[in-house]
Design a protein around this ligand. Sequence first.
Ligand SMILES: Cc1cc2nc3c(=O)[nH]c(=O)nc-3n(C[C@H](O)[C@H](O)[C@H](O)COP(=O)(O)O)c2cc1C
Length: 302
Amino acid sequence: MVSLEVSLCGLKLRNPTVLASGIRGNNAYLLIRAAKEGAGAVTSKSCSLLPREGHNNPTMMGCQPFMLNAIGLSNPGVDEEVEEIRIAVKRAGVPVIASIFAHSVEDFAKLASRISEAKPHMIEMNISCPNVHREGKMFSASPSDAASAVAAAREATSAPISAKLSPDVPNIGEIAAACVGAGANCITAVNTMGGMLIDAYARRPVLFNEYGGVSGPALKPIALKAVYSIRKAIGPDVPIIGTGGGASGLDAVEMIMAGATAVGVGSAVVLRRNAFREICNEMKAFMKENGYSKISQLKLES
Ligand SMILES: Cc1cc2nc3c(=O)[nH]c(=O)nc-3n(C[C@H](O)[C@H](O)[C@H](O)COP(=O)(O)O)c2cc1C
């Protein structure tokens, strides 16, 4: 009998797949739908203190093996989001992770406090969005900036916190360790990687924002390296939600072998029908075929 159950910061997940932030998680009903489709946990779209319209179109381009987006973190603001998270927590039947995003340490603290009113099972701090560079530097670009954002949120909430990191850094392990040192209970790795596309006929960048974030299968080797190096840096005890390019059961198994506790699934929800169920079925088939009965047995040979 193969079990896919995992434990994440004391939360029991029926399987390791986690809906990643920003992909069909814009309201309670989309979060509930992902849970019904088989996700082990769900993450909401990042919300800010005040509503944000996001960037103008075009904001997204899908061309296998990757997607490029610069949505610009459009969201209704925390006042509405608290109500969405409250509904999702009541009705999703799986752990709900509330994602927050801010431009200042103070706003991260305010958001962490406010979103906690909805009692999410975890708060994910998006300190790594690549599409808002012009508005300031990513907190996750340096260990001290990342740590100061996490420390401020830590003071403001008793909910478990996951710090979501960018792959666009030379020292992601050091940044993860700084976040854990500042009170993060979990690391989510990775956010999208900065990129752009040019339309040669139009002689201009494809996205209105020019730059965007690369996600999907092309991100997989980058995410695997990030998770592997974070695991080395933070040791065995702090969980990692390994995110980036996961689209099949084998991708998920490899992410866990790299050191992830659970596997974030983003672009695959768009690229593949019934992604959560299919990924889980494929994981089970791989495990059965190769003599594994539980997720904790999926380790690299040492
Ligand atoms: C359209 C889109 C919107 C996203 N919005 C957010 C967001 O609001 N907050 C966040 O932390 N990550 C956001 N992400 C990043 C994803 O959560 C994930 O980290 C990234 O896409 C890599 O995973 P994937 O390859 O499985 O898609 C977004 C990604 C996409 C494609």
